[in-house]
Write a protein that binds this ligand. Structure first.
Ligand SMILES: Nc1ncnc2c1ncn2[C@@H]1O[C@H](COP(=O)(O)OP(=O)(O)OP(=O)(O)O)[C@@H](O)[C@H]1O
Ligand SMILES: [Mg+2]
Length: 336
């Protein structure tokens, strides 16, 4: 039997856990529901079901904000719950590999490793892998032997733009745009245009429905509350309306990639030009985003086959292939 080893990619929206024993990846919402400030009554996808619907006594939240751990206690509770569930109730000691964003402080990085050690899951060793490195491996790039690889991970709270070379990070920048900002933009536009209040879940559903390649409809009916009358009403949104509400965010992402490219050493730029950039993260599937980026930067955009799971797939490679083990480091080694 394979060793008890787990790879964890802690996203703001989704937690992804690779289990080496089963060789499977668990994807669940990174959320928990707390009742009366004390008891966790639901976690993961079950907690998300309650989001925006629960009474005041139940608080549904995510412990990660902007890619960093904002609520250590709740994050530990969640990790403990998921790891216990994956081991069917009896936690055995094991090793852990966690993805870490590059453009955060040393203290914030250390918190990822402390979290695993303190979550009562009998963690033996905890290793960090830079998230962009994991993304690259998960997209099938031999990052250890490649020069000049541009990875863009569009997640929920953040977009991480990184230049990799020979298994290391040359440049990396985390900007605060992702699926959450896209949803907020739609909520705002609907409010201004139709005097209609809709929830974030509805906004996300609108985006994802229009992105479905099997959906050729250009219109979609939504429900919300009329600001003036206060009553629930139905309205029709068009594909074009949604595209217009997101255009500014798409431009900001493209501009931020451009800024990184301007700072990139020329030898690496040549490699990036040859290979194009690699786009991943759940929100990278947003219709029109890849088009905007390739148009603005005149680069080929390679789309991930598994945008939500690419970093976890990369962790799986680090765990399974000894040639990639050197891409993981212990947190004690940070700050060298
Ligand atoms: N088909 C789709 N089209 C557009 N967006 C999608 C689709 N499927 C998922 N998303 C979006 O992907 C986002 C979640 O992606 P992901 O799991 O990569 O984020 P995360 O890792 O949790 O966040 P972060 O990296 O910011 O911490 C959500 O905003 C969700 O709306
Ligand atoms: Mg992510």
């Amino acid at each position: 039997m394979a060793q008890n080893v787990f790879g964890i990619d802690l996203g703001t929206n989704n937690i992804k856990i690779y289990n080496a024993v089963t060789d499977k990846i668990l994807v669940e919402k990174n959320m928990l529901a707390i009742e009366n400030r004390r008891n966790m009554i639901a976690y993961g996808d079950d907690a998300f079901e309650m989001f925006e619907k629960a009474p005041a006594s139940i608080v549904v939240s995510s412990p990660i904000t902007n890619g960093v751990i904002a609520d250590i206690h709740n994050m530990e509770l969640l990790i403990h719950a998921f790891i216990t569930e994956l081991q069917r109730g009896s936690v055995r000691s094991g090793d852990y590999f966690v993805t870490i964003p590059s453009d955060i402080t040393e203290v914030e990085k250390r918190a990822f490793s402390d979290l695993i050690k303190d979550a009562r899951i009998r963690a033996r060793k905890v290793y960090a892998v830079d998230k962009a490195i994991a993304d690259g491996l998960g997209m099938g790039i031999d990052v250890k032997n490649s020069q000049g690889v541009l990875i863009v991970d569009v997640g929920y709270d953040t977009t991480e733009i990184s230049i990799l070379s020979l298994g290391g990070i040359v440049l990396s920048r985390l900007i605060k745009i992702g699926g959450h900002a896209f949803d907020t933009a739609i909520v705002g536009a609907v409010r201004r245009e139709y005097n209609l209040v809709i929830g974030m879940k509805t906004a996300e559903r609108v985006r994802i429905t229009f992105n479905d390649i099997n959906n050729e409809e250009d219109r979609l009916n939504i429900y919300g509350r009329d600001i003036v009358t206060g009553l629930p009403v139905e309205r029709t949104l068009t594909r074009e309306f949604v595209a217009l509400s997101l255009a500014e965010h798409f431009r900001t992402i493209a501009d931020s990639i451009k800024l990184i490219l301007e700072k990139t050493p020329p030898e690496l730029s040549a490699d990036i030009y040859r290979h194009g950039l690699f786009l991943t993260g759940g929100a990278s599937q947003e219709e029109g985003l890849a088009r905007e980026i390739s148009g603005e930067l005149r680069l080929t955009v390679n789309m991930s086959e598994n945008p939500i799971g690419s970093a976890a797939l990369g962790l799986a490679q680090v765990i399974r292939k000894s040639a990639y083990r050197s891409l993981a480091y212990t947190i004690e080694g940070l700050g060298k």
